[in-house]
Design a protein around this ligand. Structure first.
Ligand code: FPP
Length: 234
């Protein structure tokens, strides 16, 4: 039987650097093109009825990139938020961030808060942006909160199950992704949504992220629809 349209698609937007290199341009040029590509894709994905998209914009490991690249990515994020706020009447997209935002600079943290508030009443696609996000870090943060609540007798250890644990994760209000896409030919999860993706279908493409458009997304969805999802059963 054919699967229906995935409700939640998670995307590892990889290949910006190589896309720029092919054009003899700096890596930041590729990230900028990647942000534009994301924006176009979101509008189209909203039109075809996708409800959630989670993107890996900055991982807990990305701090080890050069200072220049980290600051280019942070600036791009600031610009992205400013543009959304300026033009928000024309957008249907609701945005929030997942990850440990406390390591971002204070001004950026308040910008993200404002973005979340301004977009909170939007009725279209939900965009979840992974910022200083790492799956293992998310699990450790959840365990710490859970331990504290057990210690303070707010919950009993006997009540801990998968559902309760999920409610301690950054993705507590988001269904698990049915489909995870990674561009640029790499075939690994790189610490992106490890808890949430245990039953996800994976789609890998050689396309570099700035070249990934709605046609490519539809190809991924078509392939997803033809997969046999058994969830461990027969
Ligand atoms: C991976 O490509 C991409 C990133 C680490 C950053 C992704 C960010 C964006 C697409 C733009 C910012 C998004 C928002 C929401 C403003 P890479 O640099 O690892 O590419 P490479 O593997 O070719 O070097």
């Amino acid at each position: 039987m054919e699967n229906s349209l995935p409700e939640h698609i998670a995307i590892i937007m990889d290949g910006n650097g190589r896309w720029a290199k092919k054009r003899f341009m700096p890596r930041s040029f590729g990230h900028r093109a990647g942000a534009q590509s994301l924006n176009k894709l979101l509008k189209e994905a909203d039109k075809i009825g996708i409800k959630h998209i989670t993107v890996y914009a900055f991982s807990t490991e990305n701090w080890s990139r050069s200072e220049d690249e980290v600051s280019a990515l942070m600036n791009l994020l600031r610009e992205y938020i400013d543009d959304y706020i300026k033009d928000n009447k024309n957008s249907n997209i609701k945005i929030d961030a997942i990850g440990d935002l406390s390591r971002l600079d204070k001004e950026l943290q308040s910008k993200i808060k404002k973005l979340e508030e301004i977009s909170s009443h939007k009725k279209g696609l939900n965009l979840h942006i992974g910022l200083n996000y790492g799956g293992r870090d998310e699990i450790i943060r959840a365990v710490k909160k859970l331990c504290l609540n057990v210690k303070n007798d707010i919950i009993s250890e006997n009540n801990i199950d998968e559902k309760l644990f999920s409610s301690y994760l950054d993705t507590k209000n988001i269904p698990d992704p049915e489909l995870v896409i990674r561009t640029s030919g790499e075939q690994r999860l790189s610490n992106f949504l490890p808890w949430q993706s245990v039953y996800s279908e994976f789609y890998f493409t050689d396309k570099l992220w700035p070249d990934f458009d709605i046609k490519e997304l539809i190809k991924a969805i078509e392939q997803f629809k033809n997969r046999d999802r058994r969830f461990g059963g027969r």
